[in-house]
Structure formats: structure tokens, C-alpha cells
Design a protein around this ligand. Structure first.
Ligand SMILES: [Zn+2]
Length: 103
């Protein structure tokens, strides 16, 4: 029994180390690790990987502060152009103006 508790505490510490490495709450993940054991360890590993991928593939819209794809030229949330002067943005803008003029 004592050994099992020891293992659970070790898992808690490992969860905390992973969480701190990802800039998350180390204490919170230590508690989660102590309660859920290997399940929390698995969650912390998977979540940290996804978060790192987000940082590489997403950027923050300067207009609405929502996360959008790095390659996006128009924000999917507020529909503002993310890259002024991008040829596609100019095209979208002019076609929108045409639609407005024709209606
Ligand atoms: Zn936006």
C-alpha cells in the first residue's frame, strides 16, 4: 500500500514537471496526478503536445484577439484582414466593394 502511494506521488511530481514546462499550474497538476495517477500523466503529456502545436500553427488576430491559423489572411471571427497589402486581401476587399456597389 505504501509503495502504491509512493508511485502515485511520483506520478504527481512528473505531472507537475510536465505542467511547469508548459507554463501551466504545477501545483494543480500535482494534485491531479495524485488523484488520477497515470490518467493525469497521460492527459498532461497529450495536452502539452497539442498546446505546443497551437503555438506553431496559430497566431492572434490583432482586431479581436482570437486565435487564427498562421496562414490566414482574413480573421474567421471578425472577418478583418490580417495582412494589409496581401494581394488576396485586396482582391477580397475589391470584390466585396463590387458586391456592395451592385446591390
Ligand atoms: Zn479577428
Amino acid at each position: 500500500m505504501g509503495f502504491l502511494v509512493f508511485c502515485w506521488l511520483i506520478i504527481g511530481v512528473v505531472c507537475a514537471v510536465i505542467a511547469i514546462g508548459k507554463g501551466r499550474s504545477g501545483f494543480g497538476w500535482f494534485i491531479l496526478g495524485c488523484i488520477f495517477g497515470p490518467l493525469a500523466l497521460l492527459c498532461s503529456a497529450v495536452m502539452s503536445r497539442e498546446s505546443r502545436q497551437d503555438e506553431r500553427t496559430l497566431k492572434t488576430c490583432p482586431h479581436c484577439a482570437e486565435k487564427v491559423q498562421l496562414q490566414a489572411i482574413l480573421c474567421k471571427h471578425c472577418h478583418q484582414p490580417l495582412e494589409e497589402g496581401h494581394p488576396s486581401v485586396a482582391k477580397i476587399k475589391s470584390s466585396a466593394a463590387d458586391d456592395w456597389a451592385n446591390s
